[in-house]
Design a protein around this ligand. Structure first.
Ligand code: ATP
Ligand code: MG
Length: 570
């Protein structure tokens, strides 16, 4: 266990918030001297930061080993051809860092290792008898993020634990997937963080399962809907689903034109007509391939671009330009509607359009809308689907209760890959009849360096970081106040070696600075327990302070080791 003297250590604390940092974890990592920036998205972990990183790594290693995974170390330098083979050169795009060797061969700095590991399996796992296997590593990854930010939270060079599993069947993959899901939960629990396992977008591969592990934090970049029943989902993936409340008045007579001069937005039209935006239907016009299509969504909802791309199976789909809208519908932007569009136009509708008895839509004419429009009577819907962004209050697909929205930091992501990489890279095994099949694969990523930031983002106060004891850089900080007082220093040294012998790590702040500065710094760096050796020593007492609860106890010097062990054991 480490025993460190502050006066001999590189713990460069800052009094003020650095200007470049926006969120608490980034400010505190810089202020507490955990990291130092080299350039955008590239950081050094200084001694205390590195200690936290190592403790998290060790927890991850223990849980991965317990789950039956084997640690390996793959190269960072990847020949570009392996990305050609997998077909990922395009999907990574500019995020892939590239460089050339002396013979002008192009290499990439590994952003993740599906390709490298698939090549290992292709050569080294030939038979069904070799499977299943799960290999993992803890390694620096490189991604040229468009917007590196929040310090190590979204960096261009960061540390990831990545694991890959190989199977003969979906059933076997499922066993490993569930086992790693549990291991991930234990890792985050052991680090003392509040989190949700959320259903995640599985991208184009379709039908495959994927879960993200979200540490709850107001500044998290991800949005989550969760339900008291335990179900949670990434907002981007969530199904928009409401209680069956009818929208729009029952459509009695034929639809009629109403003037809506200059009322272009849904809000404008609604207030002009004296209704709510719930009664209005937005008509969005897109170009998909060679065709123009219309999409109807409720006026109080937004379209979800990821769902649109997936349902229409068209990553290139785009909005029509104003000129194209005029040419296609005859009307200007803001007044489009489904009635009277050119024959053969496919009109898609969000599932929620089914709740409209009648609707208010654009008339495809300047300053005009139509009221009492009825789907099926006044226009035909080609297909209904879940096209809109879900929101807080939407219904849980498991128990139909209303879901709540929260923000999260994605620290882990697990994925059933199926045969995406093994098929592309011709990585196969022989079954018991000697027939060859592509491996069925899973991949499991965990953001080790991001986890340090996530822990701070969830656990801090105005004075600084509050480390969970499991990942704190030190178990105890000793604060001898008057370092010129021989008696004070003698007691500090006794406590220091006592703790050290009992397996606890100790930082002794032996700097000859004012007590105020030392107290402030100790709270900033967030060590769980602090022992102050100050004025009360003349009564034979030292002060024990617990950072998380701010509880203060005066303890006889003779009892302090025992007390600390008691608290540290909790
Ligand atoms: P994000 O959506 O945050 O960009 P991702 O989907 O690109 O993440 P994965 O490829 O699944 O991430 O990587 C696995 C894990 O690595 C993530 O869950 C995250 O914790 C971490 N990670 C990914 N990108 C970064 C980064 N730029 N900086 C720090 N950690 C990262
Ligand atoms: Mg990313």
């Amino acid at each position: 266990m480490a025993k460190m003297r502050w006066s001999e250590s590189c713990i460069p604390t800052l009094k003020e918030d650095p200007r470049e940092a926006e969120i608490p974890s980034h400010k505190l990592m810089l202020r507490a001297g955990l990291i130092k920036k080299l350039t955008s998205g590239v950081y050094t972990f200084l001694p205390t930061g590195f200690k936290v990183l190592k403790r998290i790594e060790n927890i991850i290693r223990e849980e991965m080993d317990d789950a039956g995974c084997q640690e390996v170390l793959m190269p960072i330098l990847h020949p570009e051809e392996i990305y050609e083979e997998s077909g990922r050169l395009k999907s990574f795009g500019p995020e892939l860092f590239k460089l050339q060797d002396g013979r002008k061969r192009t290499f990439a700095l590994g952003p993740t290792h599906e390709e490298v590991i698939t090549l290992v399996a292709r050569d080294e796992m030939r038979s069904y008898r070799d499977l299943p296997q799960c290999l993992y590593q803890i390694l620096t990854k490189f991604r040229d993020e468009i917007r590196p930010r929040y310090g190590v939270m979204r960096a261009r060079e960061f540390i990831m634990k990545d694991a890959y599993s190989f199977h003969v069947s979906d059933e076997s993959l499922d066993v490993t997937y569930r086992r790693l899901e549990k291991a991930y939960c234990r890792i985050i629990e052991r680090c003392g963080l509040d989190f949700r396992v959320v259903e995640a977008e599985s991208g184009y591969i379709g039908g495959n399962e994927s879960h993200e592990f979200m540490v709850l934090a107001d500044n998290g970049e991800d949005r989550i809907l969760s339900c008291d029943c335990g179900y949670a989902v990434n907002l981007e993936r969530a199904t928009a689903s409401e209680k069956d409340e009818k929208r729009g008045a029952p459509g009695t007579g034929a639809f009629k034109e109403v003037e809506t001069p200059d009322q272009k937005t849904v809000g404008d039209v609604a207030s002009f007509l004296g209704v709510t935006s719930r009664e209005i239907v937005k008509t969005l016009l897109y170009r998909s391939g060679e065709k123009n299509i219309a999409l109807l969504i409720p006026g109080d909802r937004e379209v979800n671009g990821i769902k649109l791309v997936r349902i229409l199976d068209d990553p290139e789909i785009r909005f029509l330009e104003p000129g194209e809208i005029k040419e296609f519908t005859g009307g200007p932007v803001g007044f489009s509607g489904p009635v009277g569009l050119p024959a053969g136009t496919s009109i898609y509708a969000d599932n929620l359009i089914g709740s409209f008895d009648s609707m208010i839509v654009g008339a495809n004419k300047e300053d005009m809308h139509l009221r009492d429009v009825v789907a099926g009577r006044d226009f035909e819907i080609a297909m209904s689907g879940d096209f809109t962004m879900a929101r807080e209050g939407d219904l849980c697909p498991k128990c139909a209760s209303k879901m709540n929205k929260s923000n999260g930091i994605e620290v882990g992501h697990i994925f059933k890959l199926g045969t995406k990489y093994s098929s592309a890279m011709k990585a196969t095994f022989l079954d018991d009849k000697g027939k060859s099949h592509p491996f069925i694969m899973g991949c499991y990523g965990f953001g080790v360096s991001r986890m340090v930031a996530a822990a701070i983002e969830q656990h801090h106060d105005e004075d600084g970081i509050i480390w969970n004891p499991a990942i704190a850089p030190f178990d105890v900080i000793l604060l001898p106040l008057n370092t010129n007082d021989a008696e004070v220093m003698k007691v500090a040294e006794e406590i220091e070696s006592g703790l050290h012998e009992r397996g606890l790590s100790v930082l002794t702040d032996d700097r000859s600075l004012s007590p105020g500065v030392k107290f402030k710094d100790s709270e900033l760096i967030g060590i769980p327990l602090r022992v102050t050796i100050g004025k009360k020593l003349k009564d034979g007492k030292v002060e024990l302070f617990q950072r998380a609860t701010r509880q203060v106890d005066d303890i006889p010097v003779g009892d302090v080791l025992e007390k600390i062990l008691e608290f540290a054991g909790d």
